[in-house]
Design a protein around this ligand. Structure first.
Ligand code: AMP
Ligand code: MG
Length: 483
C-alpha cells in the first residue's frame, strides 16, 4: 500500500476543524473496495489483504499517523439556520493527489461520535452506506459531478435504528468537503477575515484561474453559481431527486454530495418527493432549481461582507449574479434536453418543446427513464411502445407531432439519444432488494446492481429486470435522512 496523504485544509483552516479520531471498533470487516476508483485517485492498495483494508477503511489505522479531523459547518436545514452542524459522524482522513494532479478528500462516514454529534450516535448502518455507494457510483457513471465511494467496511457493532442493524463505515472521495454551510459557519462565528481565508483556500483548490481576481469572493460566488446551475440541470435531465438540499449539502466544488433520502424518479412528476420528512415538498423534483438559487443567495450572504469590503458596488454585483442563475440554469438544461431529445442544431422553439414535454407527462404515470429510450425508437418502430407508458396516450399525441416536425429538421439519431439517455438507473425497488440481501449477508445482488448501473447506456441481454419499473406491489417509495 502506498497511501501518502496531505492535509492542507487541516493545516491552513484551523478554525474549521477539530482533530478527532475514529472510534475503535470490535471487528472490522471489508465489504467492498472500489479498485477502479482507487486507481483513478492514485491509491495503491497492492499488498493489502482484506483485514488490513478493513482496518484502514474503518479508521483503525491512520496512514503515516496523519491527524484526522472533523469539519465544522453551519447550514440552513429546511429553511431554518442551524449555526453549528459539522461532521457529526464523519471524519476527514486526509487529501490524496492523484496521477491527474487532482487533490481529493478521503472521508469516513459512520466513524463514531464527534464534538458535532449533537446527541446522535455518530454511526452509520450498512444499508445506507451501501445505498450511498451505489447511487453515487451511478451518478458518476452518468457523468454527473459527484462524490465517489471508495469502500464500505463493517464495524462488528450493531447500530440501533428501528431495529439493530450492522454498523458500517463508508469511505468517500470528494473534490473537497467545503460547503455553502462552511462559508455560513465562517461568517456566523468568525467574521470577514476567516471568510476570506476560506475563500482563498477554496479558490486555490478548485478555481485557481480566478486566484488573481480583484474581488476574489465575488469571483468565487460567480463560479459556484455556474457549477451549481450546471449540476442541478444534470439532475433534472436524469430525474434525480436529492431530497435534502440544505445549504450544508451544497458543495462549493459543484459535486453532488450527501446522499441521504435521494432517489431517482420512477413515474415523472414535478411534485415527486421521496423523503419522509419533506412534508411541504420543499425539495420536490421540480423545485430543485429554485432551491439551488435560494441556497446560492445564502452563500452570497455569507460572502457579502468580504465582497463589499473589496468593492463598494459589491452588493449590486452579487444581486446581478444571483439574478443570472435562472439563465445559466436554463442554458445548461436546454443543452441537456436537446441531447436527450435528439435535436440536432438549435432552433428557437426548442425550449418550448422541451418544456411542453414535461407538461404532457405530468399526471400520466410515465416512467421517466423509459420515456427517452422509447422516444428514440419512435422513428423506426412507431408510437405504440411509447404510448404504452402513458395512462392516456392522447396526452402525448400533440407533443409527438411537434417532436417529429422538429427532428425532420435535424435528428441526431437513435444511437446518439441512447448514448445520453440511460437505460439502467438505480431503480428504487432494485436498490431496496439489493440492500435487504446485503444486510442479510448476501452481497451478490448488490454487486450485480453496481455493475449494471455503472454501465448505464448500452442495452445488454439478461438485464431486462433492471430496466423495468417497479411492480405495483412495491408501492410508494419513502426514503430517510441520516440513517
Ligand atoms: P445530513 O442529513 O446527512 O446532511 O446530516 C445533517 C447533520 O446531521 C450533519 O451535521 C451530520 O453530521 C449530522 N448527523 C446525521 N446523522 C448522524 C448520526 N447518526 N450521528 C451524528 N450526527 C449525525
Ligand atoms: Mg449533510
Amino acid at each position: 500500500m502506498n497511501l501518502r496523504l496531505d492535509n492542507t485544509l487541516a493545516r491552513q483552516l484551523e478554525k474549521f476543524r477539530t482533530p478527532w479520531k475514529a472510534d475503535e471498533v470490535p471487528e472490522p470487516g471489508l465489504v467492498l473496495v472500489n479498485r477502479a476508483l482507487a486507481g483513478e485517485i492514485g491509491l495503491d492498495l497492492s499488498g493489502c489483504d482484506d483485514a488490513a483494508l478493513a482496518r484502514l477503511f474503518t479508521g483503525q489505522e491512520r496512514p503515516g499517523d496523519i491527524e484526522t479531523v472533523a469539519l465544522a459547518y453551519s447550514g440552513h436545514q429546511f429553511g431554518q439556520f442551524s449555526p453549528l452542524l459539522g461532521d457529526g459522524r464523519a471524519l476527514l482522513l486526509g487529501e490524496i493527489v492523484g496521477p491527474d494532479g487532482g487533490r481529493r478528500d478521503i472521508h469516513f462516514k459512520g466513524s463514531g461520535r464527534t464534538p458535532y454529534s449533537r446527541g446522535a450516535d455518530g454511526k452509520c448502518a450498512l444499508g445506507p452506506a451501501l445505498r450511498e455507494y451505489v447511487i453515487s457510483e451511478a451518478m458518476a457513471a452518468l457523468s454527473i459531478p459527484s462524490t465517489r465511494s471508495l469502500a464500505v467496511a463493517t464495524t462488528g457493532e450493531r447500530v440501533f435504528r428501528e431495529t439493530p442493524l450492522p454498523g458500517a463505515v463508508l469511505t468517500r472521495v470528494a473534490a473537497s468537503h467545503i460547503r455553502v454551510g462552511t462559508f455560513q459557519y465562517a461568517a456566523a462565528h468568525h467574521g470577514v477575515e476567516e471568510v476570506r481565508r476560506l475563500a482563498d483556500y477554496a479558490i486555490a483548490r478548485h478555481y485557481p484561474d480566478i486566484s488573481g481576481a480583484a474581488n476574489p469572493c465575488l469571483a468565487l460566488l460567480e463560479r459556484v453559481i455556474e457549477v451549481q446551475a450546471a449540476l442541478v440541470a444534470k439532475w433534472m435531465c436524469v430525474g434525480f431527486v436529492h431530497g435534502v438540499m440544505n445549504t450544508d449539502n451544497v458543495s462549493i466544488a459543484g459535486e453532488t454530495i450527501d446522499y441521504g433520502p435521494c432517489a431517482f424518479l420512477d413515474d415523472y412528476s414535478a411534485n415527486a418527493v421521496f423523503s419522509s420528512i419533506d412534508h411541504g415538498g420543499r425539495y420536490a423534483f421540480g423545485n430543485q432549481p429554485a432551491i439551488c438559487q435560494w441556497n446560492l443567495i445564502r452563500l452570497a450572504e455569507a460572502l457579502g461582507g468580504a465582497v463589499i469590503e473589496a468593492d463598494a458596488d459589491g452588493e449590486e454585483k452579487m444581486i446581478d449574479l444571483l439574478n443570472g442563475f435562472g439563465q445559466r440554469y436554463e442554458a445548461h438544461w436546454l443543452a441537456g434536453m436537446r441531447a436527450k431529445l435528439g435535436l440536432e442544431g438549435e432552433r428557437e422553439g426548442d425550449m418550448a418543446l422541451a418544456k411542453a414535454l414535461f407538461a404532457a407527462m405530468e399526471g400520466q404515470g410515465v416512467d421517466f427513464t423509459l420515456f427517452f429510450r422509447r422516444l428514440a425508437d419512435v422513428p423506426a418502430d412507431g408510437d405504440e411502445a411509447l404510448h404504452g407508458l402513458f395512462n392516456d396516450p392522447e396526452a402525448i399525441a400533440g407533443w409527438l407531432e411537434q417532436w417529429r416536425a422538429r427532428i425532420a429538421e435535424g435528428w441526431g439519431g437513435k444511437a446518439a439519444m441512447d448514448a445520453v439517455n440511460p437505460l439502467y438507473i438505480p431503480r428504487n425497488h432494485k436498490v431496496e432488494e439489493a440492500l435487504a440481501a446485503a444486510t442479510a449477508g448476501d452481497l451478490a445482488p448488490f454487486e450485480k446492481l453496481v455493475e449494471v448501473v455503472t454501465h448505464p447506456y448500452a442495452e445488454r441481454e439478461g438485464l431486462e429486470a433492471f430496466a423495468e419499473p417497479a411492480p405495483e406491489s412495491f408501492g410508494k417509495y419513502v426514503t430517510f435522512c441520516g440513517t
